[in-house]
Design a protein around this ligand. Structure first.
Ligand SMILES: NCC(=O)N[C@@H](Cc1c[nH]cn1)C(=O)O
Ligand code: ZN
Ligand code: ZN
Length: 534
């Protein structure tokens, strides 16, 4: 269980919803009317039009985003209030409800061709074999052949959260901490805040009567936190249909490395998630009557767990290290230049538990080496007190973050064979099954393209500094699929900070990151729309 960070004496304001929204009607939307024969000359014309509307600076657009801040916070408050936890089967209706909320917001903002794509039922392993997957929400804004098309991806599902885990306030209520100028709620940073950012950018343009410089295609899923199940297939099916003509993909679903310097991200680790089911006695038993007499599933599980990884974070499963790409001399130079420190790492984890004492090693272990994490045990006693029970069935959960050049299928075999061997060596009469729950590939790309350049220019325009180019230790399973299926570049443009507490207790998004993030998104669209190449 995660512990309370100990923050006290804050000035807290539960966010009060605004009751009035002034929205533009469709007739107020300024869409380009340029009719074109050839794309390059049309693009040039379109660039001139959209950039000239801004007169070469973003002052008006940025001022509008500042002005609309209360409305944008209101939208976020409404969105995070829906507990769309994809990993909790009982909350699946809430995930679907949030898809409907998103659809309604898109409709109000004048998005077109809004579709809720049904992905069928969730494949095994799953408790309820009829559990429907939440829909993928597709929408477009503008369809002008003279403009470039940017696909923006986000996810509306969130990680689980419970007050008793140590949250300072109810996780599905947006709370504004006035003193720290931050918004706290599950999903504020990962990924409801950034997803809302795209909607807000469109709203700011509409309010100004300012044409969007690109066509936008929105692809918003509700299963990212559970492996993006079903989305690969949808992207393959829609590559030449809904997604036809997409020039680049922009994902805002990760974080700055630290708390001050904006970054653009060109790499992610993958994630293969496994479970180990150990079963024995027919029911949970009294340990006084059965302890020492029956084989305990929890004891077997702990033995297997301890064979996976050591306390220094070294993976003990044979054959994995051999698949990892060697570190090159040139690569080592990269890490020194990144703005980060051991202190920032410790501050983000709220502890002094870092396994490495220098920046390059921390970054390499976060970005380019695999890691194995043990997440929890289903079926085991986990609350306060001292219950003397022998659980009859336990399900252990762990995952491996993957990196170049780990082959996913080969990894699965190594992991499952390892678990089977260790269990066999225990000589236990219990039964054990190790299996993959879901997986998603790692992704590393070349950041030298028009989309990254536009994002770097946008960052400079908003923050006054050049961004660092970073990789990310987390995973966004669908990134590689977009790149391969749409044959396009993918840019990761993070909104939140490294200390946002995504997946942890007290997840937050600084109000400045929300606002500056939207300005960066908006400027990015303008720079990218005006760029000569894809
Ligand atoms: N913001 C990205 C993110 O949090 N991604 C998840 C994806 C995932 C993979 N398996 C389960 N969830 C992450 O944990 O990195
Ligand atoms: Zn996310
Ligand atoms: Zn996440």
């Amino acid at each position: 269980m995660l512990r309370n960070s100990g923050l006290v004496n804050q000035k807290l304001t539960p966010f009060k919803s605004l009751t009035t929204h002034r929205l533009l009607t469709n007739s107020q939307v300024v869409l380009s009317t340029i009719k074109v024969q050839s794309r390059p000359s049309a693009l040039k014309q379109a660039h001139t039009n959209t950039m000239s509307q801004l007169d070469g600076n973003f002052d008006g657009l940025f001022a509008k985003i500042d002005e609309l801040k209360p409305r944008f916070i209101d939208r976020l408050a409404k969105a995070v209030a829906i507990p769309a936890v994809s990993a909790d089967e009982s909350l699946r209706p809430m995930v679907v409800k949030k898809a409907h909320f998103l659809r309604d917001e898109l409709e109000k903002l004048g998005f077109q061709d809004i579709q809720l794509k049904d992905l069928g039922v969730q494949p095994p392993p799953v408790e309820n074999p009829k559990l429907p997957l939440p829909p993928v929400v597709l929408a477009r804004y503008g369809n002008d052949p003279a403009k470039k098309t940017v696909l923006v991806y986000g996810h509306y599902d969130v990680q689980p959260a419970a007050l008793e885990d140590g949250w300072l306030s109810e996780p599905f209520t947006l709370v504004i901490d006035e003193e720290k100028q931050l918004m706290r709620a599950r999903g504020s940073s990962d990924d409801t805040g950034p997803l809302n950012g795209w909607l807000n950018v469109v709203e700011a343009h509409r309010e100004l009567g300012l044409e969007l410089p690109v066509n936008l295609v929105g692809c918003f899923e509700g299963m990212e936190e559970s492996g993006s199940i079903g989305l690969d297939q949808l992207i393959a099916e829609e590559a030449d249909k809904y997604f036809k003509g997409v020039d680049t993909v922009c994902i805002s679903d990760n974080y700055w490395l630290g708390t001050k310097k904006p970054v653009l991200t060109y790499g992610l680790r993958g994630c293969n998630y496994y479970q180990i089911i150990v079963e024995g006695p027919g029911a949970d038993l009294h340990s006084g009557m059965f302890g020492g007499v029956v084989a305990e599933p929890m004891i077997d599980l702990v033995k297997i767990f301890s064979s996976l990884v050591d306390s220094q974070g070294r993976i003990l499963i044979k054959g994995i290290a051999e698949m990892v790409a060697p570190v090159t001399e040139k690569e080592k130079e990269l890490y020194e230049k990144i703005d980060f420190s051991v202190e920032e790492m410790n501050a983000a984890s709220g502890s002094q538990t870092c396994l490495y004492d220098n920046k390059p090693e921390i970054l390499m272990h976060r970005w380019r080496f695999p890691s194995l994490s043990i997440h929890g045990v289903e079926g085991a006693f986990s609350t306060q007190g001292a219950k003397t029970v022998i659980p009859s069935r336990v399900v252990g959960k762990f995952s491996i973050r993957t990196v170049p050049n780990i082959e996913s299928a080969k990894l699965d075999k190594l992991v499952i064979d390892h678990c089977n061997e260790v269990f066999k060596s225990l000589g236990s009469p219990n039964s054990m099954k190790a299996e993959l729950i879901h997986d998603g590939d790692y992704w590393v790309s070349d950041p030298f393209n028009a989309s990254f350049t536009a994002a770097a220019e946008a960052t400079k325009a908003v923050h006054g500094v050049e961004p660092d180019f970073t990789r990310e230790g987390g995973s966004i399973p669908i990134t590689l699929t977009f790149q391969t299926q749409l044959k396009s570049n993918v840019l990761l443009l993070p909104m939140g900070r490294g200390d946002d507490g995504a997946h942890s207790i007290n997840e937050k998004l600084d109000i400045s990151n929300y606002v500056q993030g939207m300005k960066t998104m908006a400027a990015y669209l303008h720079y990218y729309g005006a760029s000569e190449e894809k």
